[in-house]
Ligand binder design. Structure first.
Ligand SMILES: Cc1cc2nc3c(=O)[nH]c(=O)nc-3n(C[C@H](O)[C@H](O)[C@H](O)COP(=O)(O)OP(=O)(O)OC[C@H]3O[C@@H](n4cnc5c(N)ncnc54)[C@H](O)[C@@H]3O)c2cc1C
Length: 644
């Protein structure tokens, strides 16, 4: 294993303030420099991504008066993947009087992440969560309301309070429409320039500092360079490295991977979230898996037949021959245990031969009790669109028969390393939302991604970036600057190379095979032999890709095969780093389950002595260098996580 990577100097978050936890965010804001409103007009920021993180950031920076260039690869900013988010967004409002507080959201998040995230960041996230809801309500986001007209909430996994605000099963869509309106307002005001259908393919780094991007106009193929005083990446997660995932098909790692190759450290790449409630795969033809929101576990009960190989229809299996295994094993949290725990439990019962549906890869999510207790209309009001989606895909009506669900790749906790200011190791390059590694440790709690994306975009970045921009005015960088020309040429020659191979395999066929390797060896369970095998196979496949891929068409047109091929080439490199990261972390924590490290009852067993750190990887072109950021817990005691 040694030759797979080397270890470098430790890394420290020098921006993290000290002092009492609850005062740190105030302290940092007060300590940071400001840019006066008249000077903001002279400063420019590129924001790549228009999801909840990038959309909210671009709108807010525009509102502050900076000149913003906003990029996305969709035809409209409001088609960013955030639109798919279903279940809700957390906030420590305690509207329910059920004992919630900023402290409790902080604690739940640290514990839920299996003690692999930073206390300062997570506390700030919990503080800011409260402001997000006010901001979105003011924008007109139609959150669900209770009978009395107050905002309604529901519960998500890993917590015992009800702090998730929602808009039916379309929370992401409604929040994104809010951010999009704010963004379009700035477009109309002239502070934000929008570049839809543009794919960023390189970062421009001048004297070690991020000063722009190279982007391809996806309709004409034109390669453009854009410079600015700072660059923000809000390009989302990389779950699609597994090919099959709940992410939108376009989600990819290119923006962050290109930055990684230019010097930005990549943190905890192996921390992947497998979501327990997805529609099981139904064959080899699929290119995507569908999430059934975690909110369904508020009312749905998860079970399998108590006996192995019981093929009776669910309705024919009497109560005392069913195993409501989550309620049995985890009586305190029941069906609302965190995702990593629920996913592994589902895998275990299926491995025991008690799974249901084709291939025995499924467990039931049953609403019969909820329908009897609340009535069909009440259940339809809460989950109607999710039930409809399930029925359209499977042909089965969840009002009549239980849903069948199985875990699937859903979210990536890993991402570019950032400090407390959300700045990467390339000065001037900030990373927000799912694209950074920050707040979720080894496992993200449900409804916390939207919270983090909007916290970063509306509240954190706009405050911290000013400390950096206050260093301006910055040197003007022309199109003919050596670093700009070099970055542009690198993009052009890569495109040429991809088009010229003219092999006999489609980009998708490589992606599918890579995904299968990752799912098998770097998915729900990892072990040394499997990961070593995966690394060998990934290297072979990558070599084959660069000699056999066929990319029809040309650059000067809409060419989706070309887009895919570029993204898959980056996925290959990322996949290898994910396996190396998983291999080196000889412990289990959150979503990273190493079979050699488990408790006697099969739960993840951390090794805090050796692994209580963030693994931040440096790109070298050969064996990557590992830099460790030690995690210190002053306010929370690291304990074995228990939801029993
Ligand atoms: C089905 C589903 C349901 C979910 N439900 C919930 C939920 O209920 N609650 C919750 O908290 N979380 C949920 N999540 C997670 C959450 O939706 C995401 O983590 C979050 O929306 C990510 O937001 P983002 O702004 O970081 O990135 P995204 O929304 O993924 O946006 C990425 C943006 O970057 C752009 N981009 C990327 N690469 C490039 C490039 N190279 N060049 C130009 N532009 C680029 C894209 O065009 C896009 O605009 C869900 C996820 C899925 C898959």
């Amino acid at each position: 294993m040694d030759e797979l990577f080397t270890e470098g100097a430790p890394i420290e978050d020098t921006k993290a303030p000290d002092g009492p936890l609850e005062e740190r965010w105030d302290k940092r804001r007060f300590g940071g420099k400001l840019v006066n409103p008249a000077n903001r007009r002279k400063l420019s920021v590129i924001v790549v991504g228009t999801g909840l993180a990038g959309g909210s950031a671009a709108a807010t920076l525009g509102e502050l008066g900076y000149h913003v260039k906003s990029f996305c690869y969709q035809d409209s900013p409001r088609r960013a993947h955030s639109i798919a988010a279903q279940g809700g967004i957390n906030a420590a409002k305690n509207y329910r009087n059920d004992g919630d507080s900023i402290q409790r959201l902080f604690y739940d998040t640290i514990k839920g992440g299996d003690y692999r995230s930073r206390e300062s960041n997570v506390y700030r996230l919990a503080q800011v969560s409260v402001e997000i809801i006010d901001q979105c309500v003011a924008q007109g986001v139609p959150f669900a309301r209770d009978y009395g007209g107050l905002l309604d909430t529901r519960s998500f996994g890993g917590v015992q309070v009800s702090r998730t605000f929602y808009a039916r099963g379309q929370t992401g869509q409604q929040l994104l429409l809010g951010a999009y309106q704010a963004l379009e307002r700035q477009v109309a005001a002239g502070t934000v320039e929008m570049f839809a259908r543009h794919e960023m393919l390189e970062v421009i780094v001048v004297d070690g500092v991020a000063r722009g991007i190279v982007a391809r106009d996806m309709v004409t193929g034109e390669i453009e360079t854009h410079t600015a005083d700072a660059v923000v990446l809000a390009s989302g997660g990389y779950g699609n490295v597994f090919f099959l995932s709940t992410n939108a098909k376009g989600c990819n790692v290119t923006a962050t991977w290109r930055a990684h190759r230019k010097g930005a450290l990549f943190a905890n790449p192996c921390f992947t979230q497998i979501h327990p409630t997805c529609i099981p795969p139904s064959g080899d033809h699929q290119s995507k898996l569908t999430l059934m929101s975690e909110s369904l576990r508020n009312d749905g009960r998860v079970w399998v037949p108590a006996k192995k190989g019981d093929t009776r229809r669910p309705g024919d299996i009497p109560e005392d021959e069913r195993d409501y295994y989550l309620e049995r094993i985890y009586p305190s949290f029941g069906n609302l245990v965190p995702r990593d725990i629920a996913s592994r439990a589902a895998k275990n019962v299926c491995d025991e031969g008690r799974g249901v549906g084709p291939g025995g890869l499924g467990v039931y999510l049953d609403f019969a009790d909820a329908i009897a207790r609340l009535g069909r209309d009440a259940v339809a009001a809460k989950y109607g669109n999710l039930f409809e989606m399930y029925e359209r895909i499977t042909g089965e009506d969840p009002f009549d028969v239980p849903m069948r669900i199985y875990p699937a790749v859903h979210y990536t906790m890993g991402g570019l390393w950032v400090d407390y200011d959300l700045q990467s190791t390339i000065p001037g390059l900030f990373v927000i939302g799912e694209a950074n590694f920050s707040d979720h440790g080894a496992n993200r709690l449900g409804a916390s991604a939207l919270m983090q994306g909007l916290a970063d975009g509306y509240f954190v970045l706009p405050n911290t970036i000013s400390d950096y921009l206050a260093k301006g005015p910055f040197e003007k960088i022309g199109e003919d600057h050596e670093a700009v020309v070099e970055a542009r040429e690198a993009v052009e020659s890569r495109i040429e190379k991809l088009l010229s191979i003219d092999g006999d395999r489609t980009p998708d066929s490589f992606h599918r095979e890579l995904g299968a390797v990752m799912w098998e060896y770097c998915g729900m369970e990892r072990n040394e032999a499997g990961l070593l095998k995966a690394i060998d196979r990934i290297r072979e496949l990558r070599e084959e890709f660069w000699t056999r891929v066929k990319v029809p068409g040309e650059n000067e047109e809409l060419n989706q095969n070309l887009e895919k091929a570029g993204r898959i080439a980056d996925f290959f490199e990322l996949a290898e780093l994910m396996c190396i990261d998983a291999l080196h972390r000889e412990e289990s924590c959150g979503g990273h389950f190493c079979t050699a490290s488990q408790t006697p009852d099969g739960e993840a067993l951390r090794d805090d002595e050796r692994f209580a750190y963030v693994a931040a990887w440096e790109y070298t072109g050969h064996a990557p260098v590992l830099h460790k950021e030690d995690l210190e817990y002053e306010y929370v005691k690291m304990t074995q996580r228990s939801y029993k």
